[in-house]
Ligand binder design. Structure first.
Ligand code: V47
Length: 361
């Protein structure tokens, strides 16, 4: 038995992992309660290696946050604004296309598009945005609009979620990012985001998109007021949904940044908890192929270490990130491909440039 695991008091869980047995709710909570980070990492690394060998993925991508005007105004968010508030903005389709045009000389394969729930932008804005981006760069994969935005589009258009997704896909949408899941606990949501799409709404919308052939990502926002039990319940709800559809591409734990939010008095997450979330996710989410350590939120150095704690992906070049930076992130807003490859290579992994759907480029 691996020495670091033998001393951890988690050897029964280790046995399950070796037998590829599914972990229970109690197992998940015990993993979170353990401070034996080396044992957690060693176990998560076994699973990661079985699924992804020596490969670690990155993507050449670009983020566009088209508007921060939002009707939800979640308490953990420093990005959302009322229309009349300082710093509120809304990009025109032409401004969005200009952002795509600016990068035409770079090998960008994906544009990641997320915004607030803007009450004034019409449904046609979103359809036109997708079509116009595709005209400027036909080969680009558009990963856009969290399921929370999709549900909002169904509301404002009076169409069903299915119809909205079909029309967005027809206009050029390729897949759906994982945001808006937060933590599924009713207790947490009542306190932090009472107006947000319900957990059932989030999961159902994701499942509908999977059934229509649109893959999506999944996230969990951790490090605010949630308990270990609530984290594990969240992971298990995602695991159940993945059992049904197989449509999730990857899971991304999102480290809460308190700056400029209503929760500013809370401390930022620690390196230990960041690594725990990667490792426990890798162990609980046995039906997810990929766990992403998002360097924007935990920093490139810790994202690199996370590659030995269950992560097989460190996201990408990103270029212009607003959601985390408005909440006080101290990371840069972009890494070069050379920097991403160096981080991966020095962690002893083979860097693999991927497209959104994890095809190797
Ligand atoms: O849903 C909001 C989170 C999410 C804060 O799918 C915050 O590949 C930390 O989901 N501190 C949007 N997080 C971003 C997102 C995402 C990012 C990168 C890759 C992918 C992917 C998805 O950001 C929101 C919310 O959970 N968020 N405020 C904050 N203060």
């Amino acid at each position: 038995m691996n020495q670091s695991i033998g001393d951890s008091g988690l050897d029964d869980i280790y046995k399950k992992i070796k037998k590829e047995e599914r972990l229970s709710f109690e197992d998940g909570v015990r993993l979170y309660r353990s401070n034996d980070i080396i044992a957690l990492g060693a176990m998560a690394d076994i699973v990661r290696r079985k699924k992804n060998g020596n490969k670690a993925y990155y993507i050449y991508n670009q983020h566009i946050n088209y508007s921060n005007i939002c009707i939800n105004l979640c308490r953990f968010c420093a990005f959302g604004r009322k229309r009349e508030a300082d710093g509120a903005y809304e990009m025109t389709i032409e401004e969005i296309c200009e952002k795509i045009r600016e990068r035409l000389n770079e090998p960008v394969s994906e544009v990641h598009i997320v915004g607030g729930l803007n009450p004034d932008l019409p449904y046609s804005y979103y359809i036109e945005m997708l079509k116009e981006i595709k005209k400027v760069r036909p080969s680009i994969h558009i990963q856009g609009f969290t399921v929370v935005e999709i549900a909002h589009l169904a509301d404002i258009s009076g169409k069903s979620v299915e119809k909205v997704l079909e029309e967005l896909a027809e206009a050029g949408l390729g897949s759906i990012p994982g945001g808006g899941a937060e933590v599924f606990s009713a207790r947490v949501r009542e306190k932090l985001c009472p107006k947000k799409l319900s957990p059932e709404g989030w999961i159902n919308t994701a499942k509908i998109s999977h059934r229509l052939g649109l893959r999506s990502n999944a996230t969990m926002l951790y490090g605010h007021i949630e308990t270990y039990e609530e984290r594990v319940e969240h992971l298990m709800a995602l695991r159940d949904a993945q059992d049904e559809t197989g449509g999730f591409l990857c899971f991304i734990p999102l480290a809460f940044h308190p700056g400029n939010t209503d929760l500013e008095s809370l401390s930022a997450t620690t390196g230990f908890d960041d690594l725990k979330n990667v490792a426990v996710a890798r162990l609980m989410l046995d039906n997810f192929d990929h766990i992403k350590a998002y360097w924007i939120m935990i920093g490139p150095k810790l994202a690199q270490i996370a590659l030995s704690f269950g992560a097989d992906d460190i996201d990408g070049t990103v270029i212009e990130e607003k959601i985390t930076h408005m909440a006080g992130a101290e990371t840069s807003e972009a890494l070069t491909e050379k920097e991403l490859r160096k981080l991966i290579r020095e962690a002893g992994r083979d860097p693999v440039k991927r497209d959104t759907l994890y095809n190797e480029l």
